[in-house]
Design a protein around this ligand. Structure first.
Ligand SMILES: [Ca+2]
Ligand SMILES: [Ca+2]
Length: 234
């Protein structure tokens, strides 16, 4: 008797743990094995173009990043990243405009020494419906981690490392999680393709009209920015 009932108990326990939010009853269908996302999860494709680099977190988990290192000169490219997640989605991104050092400048010591500029655009599609569920715009909120130079007049300095000041802020812990309070973060500023100067990779994506190029209030001075955006449901 015991040897026959133990497996049944085990099966019920497994069923209960696989579906922990529901009580197991006779009317609950047995979980079926599938090849797609887990129960409750949806599959998404994120399309991103960034000047110069990005990483993407969803619900606190890193799901992808720009495959071209930021140290690559003219690292312009777009990315398509497929991931699974459960609604609501907390989208969190890091974007970086290239800077050679904390002066915020690039091409230092050459006749092209300058403040580089940033800008990025992203859209996320729920593959089941084909609907765009998130796209960059004014509702996104940003926190600047690296701003330099603080005084633009140092752009042509012969010694920018000493002449250009910077403001550097530490990454707040837990900033990619749903529960993080971003009330003090600033709303994004939107820009035209001309203002950002879109480059290689941008035209490889069919951008939804809702997706806008964004950055902070300064395309040039703000070099590393954290972003957050929430998608309530599918
Ligand atoms: Ca740049
Ligand atoms: Ca810059």
């Amino acid at each position: 008797m015991i040897r026959r009932t133990l497996p049944l108990v085990t099966v019920l326990l497994l069923a209960a743990s696989a579906c922990s939010s529901d009580a197991v009853s006779d009317s609950t269908p047995a979980p079926t094995a599938g090849t797609g996302p887990h129960a409750g999860e949806s599959t998404f494709v994120a399309e991103v173009w960034a000047d110069n680099w990005f990483s993407l977190y969803v619900n606190g988990k890193l799901v992808g990043q720009d495959s071209v290192p930021i140290t690559t000169e003219r690292s312009f490219n777009s990315e398509r990243i497929t991931f699974t997640a459960t609604y609501p989605l907390t989208i969190a991104m890091v974007t970086k405009d290239f800077k050679q050092d904390d002066s915020g400048l690039e091409y230092i010591g050459t006749d092209r020494q300058q403040m580089g500029d940033g800008g990025f655009i992203a859209q996320i599609t729920d593959t089941a419906s084909g609907r765009i569920v998130a796209s960059t715009g004014r509702t996104w909120k940003g926190l600047v981690l690296h701003r330099a130079p603080l005084d633009e007049s140092c752009e042509k300095s012969a010694s920018p490392a000493t002449d250009c000041a910077s403001k550097i802020v530490a990454e707040p812990s837990g900033w990619t999680s749903a529960g993080f309070d971003d009330a003090t973060w600033a709303p994004a500023t939107t820009y035209s393709e001309e203002e950002v100067g879109v480059k290689e990779g941008y035209n490889d994506i069919s951008w939804d009209p809702s997706a806008e190029l964004i950055w902070t209030a300064s395309l040039k001075l703000d070099n590393t920015i954290l972003w957050r955006h929430t998608v309530p449901s599918g």
